[in-house]
Design a protein around this ligand. Structure first.
Ligand SMILES: [Zn+2]
Length: 338
């Protein structure tokens, strides 16, 4: 966003013109802090610029604080203003609002984030029914549906601390995420009320907790975390399960050599990784069905640890049980946050 102001020397008139211009451009936006910077014309000497920074800029800050009824903030401003004295233009950037929290996902039919159509890259085509989207519902969209109207913004970005497959439920205490609301008009939103609204309307599919204002700095921390996870896996075997053999696997810790699974190898580099897996417990559900609780090191592909993925994962439950195994249901029940 930008707006013009009237330059009349480095004077009070210019200060007023800049403040009025900012006020007008921001009239629909709620904010309590701002950061302002100046770019001066090259025709002014370095010493001259230095002097303006020392003497004129503090006056500008003061004027804006008064006129915008907001505080100057260098760390985490709601608004960033650049006053360009070359073109007499004020550039205005409304900073995003970040909500931190956790989500649980109870449905095996929704993805974590919105996936755009591969064909048209979101522009809309026949294949995606001109919606641009191939995931009608996602954790992201279910949260946005309630958050966007309250913040009066059109767009948000979803940042998760890792992700689970669409058909995997996310249970336990949930997974951390940050929702980045782009150019919000409102900021004083009751996040507790938002949380209650999401949970009461979308509670069959997702649940959010601990919603709070957070800073952008949390996003790289979310992404950097390599957390072990505890899974519950329902395993279906081809033949009747050797119960004794299955129960002997309890508390076994394995070093799993895993070559990039066939189902993702087209998108990721094909290599062998080693990950730890510990079988915490085994529960026999029927002759051919058992539930395994597995603690897996970050990065282990659990479905392939069950099946073996055509010998690409070793050891695997198929080999350990001498019985062809497949994962039919998978839940994340705990993310071990270090
Ligand atoms: Zn499309």
């Amino acid at each position: 966003m930008y707006s013009k102001f009237r330059f009349n020397g480095f004077s009070n008139e210019t200060l007023s013109s800049i403040a009025n211009s900012a006020k007008k451009a921001l009239k629909d936006f709620e904010f309590s802090s701002f950061l302002v910077g100046c770019t001066f014309p090259n025709s002014i000497s370095d010493d001259g610029k230095q002097l303006l920074r020392k003497e004129f800029q503090p006056l500008l800050v003061k004027k804006l604080e008064k006129e915008l009824n907001a505080m100057a903030d260098f760390e985490n401003p709601d608004i960033e203003l650049i006053v360009n004295f070359d073109q007499d233009v004020l550039f205005i950037q409304v900073k995003p609002f970040f909500i931190g929290g956790r989500y649980k996902k109870f449905s095996r039919k929704i993805t974590q984030t919105r996936h755009y159509c591969f064909e048209c890259k979101g522009r809309g085509c026949k294949k995606c029914n001109y919606s641009g989207i191939i995931t009608p519902e996602s954790v992201q969209s279910l949260i946005e549906k309630h958050a966007l109207p309250l913040f009066e913004c059109r767009e948000a970005k979803f940042h998760g601390a890792g992700r689970e497959d669409k058909d995997v439920r996310m249970l336990g205490s949930g997974r951390r995420f940050v929702l980045e609301l782009v150019e919000p008009k409102k900021r004083s939103v009751d996040l507790k009320a938002l949380e209650e609204e999401i949970n009461s309307v979308e509670g069959k599919k997702i649940e959010v907790s601990g919603l709070r204002k957070c800073s952008k700095k949390e996003i790289p921390l979310l992404k950097a975390g390599k957390n072990n996870k505890v899974y519950e896996v329902v395993v279906l075997c081809e033949k009747e399960i050797d119960v004794e053999k299955a129960l002997r696997l309890q508390e076994l810790t394995l070093i799993v050599k895993q070559r990039t699974p066939l189902r993702v190898v087209s998108r990721r580099s094909d290599k062998v990784r080693e990950r730890k897996a510990k079988i915490l417990s085994v529960e026999i559900l029927s002759q051919k069905k058992a539930m395994f609780r597995i603690e897996a090191e970050a990065g282990l592909y659990v479905k392939e640890f069950v099946s073996g993925d055509n010998d690409r994962t070793n050891p695997c439950l198929s080999v350990l049980l001498e019985n062809k195994c497949n994962c039919t249901e998978l839940d994340v029940i705990e993310i071990k946050e270090s």
